[in-house]
Design a protein around this ligand. Structure first.
Ligand code: AQP
Length: 332
């Protein structure tokens, strides 16, 4: 039986957050031992260029993100892991897809609108093209499933639309991908503003937890987490702060929301925050020491990335050749 392809990535901006870990990485780990799937994970470095970067910092951060993938337990023997910029077919397929993407649909994207507001001095073409590059990432590998947080659902819909549009205009070429969004933890909220997503580019250090934060920092941030004025531990829309803490606890312990509420019932808010902080610190503790080992061996990191690039390029080349032929470009 042919393996189903799972594809995802994270852009190397800011810090890998607890939100990225729970919404994306934790799900990725579940598939690597399942023989029904071939998983492909990229460092989406080209996507990061839609916001201005300091080159030397950016290069280090991209490597650090790759080391964090490995430190989280992603095994390069079981998954294809590489840097997006190392496989030039991503940019090439983006061009072809650009030519079937309507300006209207790209400019309607929530992320484009939000980022345009956030960086009014740099509303560049790449920002609007972000979802098309993401569609190219996904479609190059005949991806069946894309494990993402709920914030990426809209972009995945564009990828599906483009696959269907291309298949109808030429002939069946691309697999139409499905999102894979977990029931618990698809949107971890900011610890300081629980109605906003925990975001890696948040400037308030107390709002986000990095997966490399020390135990002390984690406990301190949870101690300061915003809750509400009553003292009831209940999951519900009217209690965003407490619900976020319950979700984080359930995700760290791999239990349901109901079970988490049962376990946390009766605690004061101070004890609730301590219990949730401790569950996060326990989950993240092993990642840090493995991360340091990977970062201290850059040669090994690059060798893993090279190997991933070769495997990814092989698949990407085949798809792009097919696409170029279908759209009528001259073949040598
Ligand atoms: N808070 C979150 N809860 C659950 N899942 C999340 N993801 C991101 N935030 C949460 C998922 O992580 C993957 C990588 O997303 P990304 O590279 O777009 O990073 P980001 O954290 O979403 O970036 P920000 O915060 O918007 O900052 P910028 O863009 O400035 O770096 C995706 O699967 C995402 O769903």
């Amino acid at each position: 039986m042919e393996k189903k392809i799972i594809y995802s990535g994270i852009q190397p901006t800011g810090l890998v957050t607890l939100g990225n870990y729970i919404g994306a990485l934790q799900n990725w780990l579940k598939f690597q031992d399942d023989e029904n799937y071939q998983c492909i994970y990229s460092i989406a470095d080209l996507h990061s260029l839609t916001v201005r970067q300091v080159p030397a910092e950016f290069r280090n951060r991209a490597l650090s993100f790759f080391a964090q993938y490995l430190a989280c337990g992603l095994d390069p023997q079981k998954n294809i892991m590489y840097f997006q910029s190392h496989v030039h077919e991503h940019a090439e397929l983006t061009w072809i897809l650009n030519c079937i993407t309507y300006i209207g649909e790209a400019s309607r994207m929530t992320q484009f609108k939000e980022k345009s507001q956030k960086h009014p001095d740099n509303i560049n073409m790449g920002l609007m093209d972000y979802p098309v590059l993401m569609a190219a990432d996904i479609l190059l590998y005949n991806t069946a499933l894309v494990p993402v947080g709920v914030d990426q659902k809209q972009h995945l819909e564009i990828a599906r639309d483009l696959a269907i549009r291309f298949n109808n205009a030429y002939s069946p070429t691309f697999t139409v991908p499905e999102p894979l969004i977990s029931k618990v933890g698809a949107k971890i909220m900011s610890l300081q503003n629980p109605t906003a997503k925990m975001s890696k580019s948040d400037t308030n250090a107390n709002a986000t937890v990095s997966i490399l934060d020390s135990e002390d920092d984690i406990m301190r941030k949870f101690k300061k987490a915003v809750t509400d004025s009553d003292n009831e531990i209940r999951f519900g829309e009217d209690k965003p702060g407490v619900s976020n803490l319950i979700t984080i606890y359930a995700s760290c312990k791999s239990i349901s929301i109901d079970d988490a509420v049962k376990e946390l019932q009766g605690l004061s808010y101070a004890s609730l925050k301590e219990a949730v902080g401790a569950s996060v610190a326990e989950l993240l503790a092993p990642i840090k020491s493995r991360y340091n080992d990977f970062m201290n061996d850059k040669e090994q990191l690059l060798a893993i990335a090279k190997n991933g690039q070769e495997q990814a390029s092989y698949i990407a080349r085949k798809t792009l050749r097919k696409v170029y032929k279908k759209v009528g470009l001259v073949q040598l």
